[in-house]
Design a protein around this ligand. Structure first.
Ligand SMILES: CC(C)(COP(=O)(O)OP(=O)(O)OC[C@H]1O[C@@H](n2cnc3c(N)ncnc32)[C@H](O)[C@@H]1OP(=O)(O)O)[C@@H](O)C(=O)NCCC(=O)NCCS
Length: 147
């Protein structure tokens, strides 16, 4: 298992992966309606404002995560169905939150599906994230509490 920083060349594959998760899948077409494309993601990486990490197993990308140091937001975390439950989500989450902490982000936060039956719901709470009570669209807002 290799954890490494994301490069611009990885981005098209990551957008395909984001559409293939067991829950909360998001297609490239849907993300484009939000203004999120491989091109905008590449701009963020090039500026240094966003950074990401991915996990490769046998040369295949099986999960990735990224964050934005200007807002402190954890932007995305996605693991392919067959690779859930192996600690990869936690490792990628730690890479991004560690970087955001290093950047001095005063608030590290994310939005997530509030369905208590979804894996993400228990996962984030298990990893130390706390719901703020705020709602953003259909999602709940959580903060990372390391103090
Ligand atoms: C949510 C997701 C990122 C979790 O990734 P993962 O690799 O399966 O999670 P991990 O194996 O790293 O689990 C980390 C810890 O959380 C725990 N955990 C995971 N899901 C849990 C749940 N629903 N309830 C309680 N604990 C949970 C694990 O047991 C593990 O605990 P441990 O480290 O103490 O042993 C992954 O399932 C995923 O990509 N889902 C689809 C996309 C998605 O929903 N992304 C989030 C968008 S908001």
């Amino acid at each position: 298992m290799l954890i490494r920083p994301t490069t611009a060349a990885d981005l098209p594959e990551l957008f395909q992966l984001r559409a293939q998760t067991r829950e909360n899948a998001l297609s490239p077409e849907y993300l484009a309606t939000l203004g999120i494309t491989p091109e905008t993601a590449a701009t963020g990486l090039a500026s240094g404002d966003t950074r990401g990490w991915l996990c490769e197993i046998d040369g295949r990308i099986v999960g990735f995560a990224s964050g934005d140091r200007t807002s402190g937001e954890m932007l995305v975390l996605a693991i392919l169905p067959d690779f859930e439950g192996r600690g990869i989500g936690r490792r990628l989450l730690n890479e991004v939150t560690g970087w955001l902490q290093h950047c001095g982000s005063p608030r590290i936060w994310l939005t997530a599906n509030p369905d208590p039956d979804g894996r993400a719901h228990g996962f984030y709470r298990r990893c130390g994230w706390v719901p703020t009570g705020e709602i953003s669209g259909d999602d709940e807002v959580l903060e990372y509490c390391w103090h």
